[in-house]
Design a protein around this ligand. Structure first.
Ligand SMILES: O=C[C@H](O)[C@H](O)[C@H](O)COP(=O)(O)O
Length: 295
């Protein structure tokens, strides 16, 4: 039986409601386990999911006020993120105003896709450079997402890797990406294309580069070739190759060490989340965390 327009509309509304409920549930679970009102510096990412993260932080602070005179500073990852912090009545501090020795206790952020090893694709909303800066200055990056983002390998459901580039270099970066095996990387434009390319918080451009589904480090350990032969790449190998292209500011692949592993190696922080909270379609929360937190 054919679906009527009204039925299709109702189905879409149900699916949107499920996704939003999943984001919210995941956000409240992540904040309950990783935020305390005595924290000094907390990173706040960008996108639609982090809005629930900020709502959860606000609710937590209302229930557990910080000690007298203590200020919780929230570090935004761009314009949108700062507006969300301000709208919630929280106190923002710009990344470049942080005291030189300050490390963020935690950074909460969303993702476009997450694989089995917690590598992420980010930048679907054109924010990735500041998100990576903030994640890498945090003891732990905690990711909040809904069930659509939970995939075994990157580039399964999410189609492209967002890459932030200097405007003058975009055509040459596209050429290099094709040489790495990307099929038809494109410069991201506004839906109303007469308004031109999308510009990031740094006034840079975004290239969306499709690649074949990415391998994990575990796949390579098991003998798979992720060196780029036939366009098949392992996540971190590809991230490094793209970052090395002249004109690339940052790559929307968050991979390598997580914060706990980075600190063990004497570094400040890492790109990869220590834990990801996925809201499920059934109204539950599935937590996936790194082995350092599990053990
Ligand atoms: O550019 C945007 C950021 O990387 C977001 O964190 C990511 O796109 C996820 O956004 P959303 O929560 O809206 O799905």
């Amino acid at each position: 039986m054919a679906t009527t327009a009204a039925e299709a509309k109702a189905k879409a509304a149900t699916s949107t409601a499920l996704v939003e409920a999943a984001k919210k549930k995941a956000a409240f679970a992540a904040v309950a386990e990783h935020f305390t009102s005595t924290m000094r510096f907390v990173g706040i990412g960008s996108g639609s999911t982090i809005v629930y993260g900020v709502e959860a932080i606000k609710a937590h602070l209302a229930a557990h006020p910080p000690p007298q005179g203590h200020i919780n500073w929230f570090v935004p990852t761009g314009w949108n993120s700062r507006k969300v912090i301000e709208a919630a009545g929280l106190t923002p501090i710009a990344f470049d105003s942080l005291p030189a020795d300050a490390q963020l206790e935690v950074a909460f952020d969303g993702a476009d896709e997450v694989d089995d090893e917690l590598n992420c694709i980010k930048g679907g909303g054109a924010c990735l450079f500041q998100e990576k800066l903030v994640a890498c200055r945090s003891k732990k990056f905690v990711c909040i997402a809904d069930y659509r983002k939970n995939q075994q390998r990157l580039l399964t459901n999410w189609p492209t890797i967002p890459i932030e580039v200097a405007p003058i270099a975009y055509a040459s970066v596209i050429r290099e990406l094709v040489a790495l095996g990307s099929v038809k990387p494109i410069l991201r434009e506004h839906t109303l294309s007469k308004t031109g390319p999308v510009q990031t918080d740094q006034s840079f451009y975004i290239i969306d580069a499709p690649f074949k589904q990415l391998l994990t480090a575990g796949d390579v350990k098991q003998g798979k070739d992720g060196s780029g032969k036939d366009g098949v790449w392992e996540v971190e190998t590809l991230a490094r190759r793209i970052k090395a292209i002249n004109g690339v500011l940052e790559v929307g692949l968050f991979c390598g060490l997580n914060g706990i592993q980075a600190q063990a190696a004497g570094l400040l922080g890492g790109q990869k989340p220590v834990a990801v909270y996925f809201g499920t379609a059934e109204g539950e929360v599935q937590k996936v965390q790194c082995s350092e937190l599990t053990n």
